[in-house]
Design a binder for this molecule. Sequence first.
Ligand code: FES
Ligand code: FES
Length: 162
Amino acid sequence: MPTNANYMVSTANLALEVNGQSYPVEVRHHWTLLDVLREQLDLTGSKRGCDRGECGSCTVLLAGQPVYSCQILAVQVGSRPIVTIEGLGDLSDLDPVQQAFLDNDGGQCGFCTPGFVMSARALLDANPNPSEDEIRQALSGNLCRCNAYGRIIESVKAARRE
Ligand code: FES
Ligand code: FES
């Protein structure tokens, strides 16, 4: 039987590409991408809601696709680029989706907002002028405890390029 004395925690050295920057990090094999973003890189915009793949508050783009960062181990990312909410824009230069959420009051407490914005960004990158049904489908993996869905959908509609 292994004892605490001989138990070895294995680690890996990675170079994660996040928001266009390369971050060398040493990670434990069981750490998720969300763990590393929030706790190693101090990128706390991606939220830890359920931590089990149900709420979407941790959504980031991995090679352009929206993923739950709580459900991917950091060691699985490889060389694929990651974009977090911090990489979309800042107060002086908001992404059109962020601006649309601001203009349309697309959040209440705001906890779910980064995840919704990332899912919406992925949708609009793939389809600049989606129907309301397509928007609802693309956002179906994101939950809002404040029930602000109506304003969230209106925000994404406002960000469409007609
Ligand atoms: S925190 Fe990842 S899906 Fe809820
Ligand atoms: S605005 Fe509060 S959880 Fe969505």
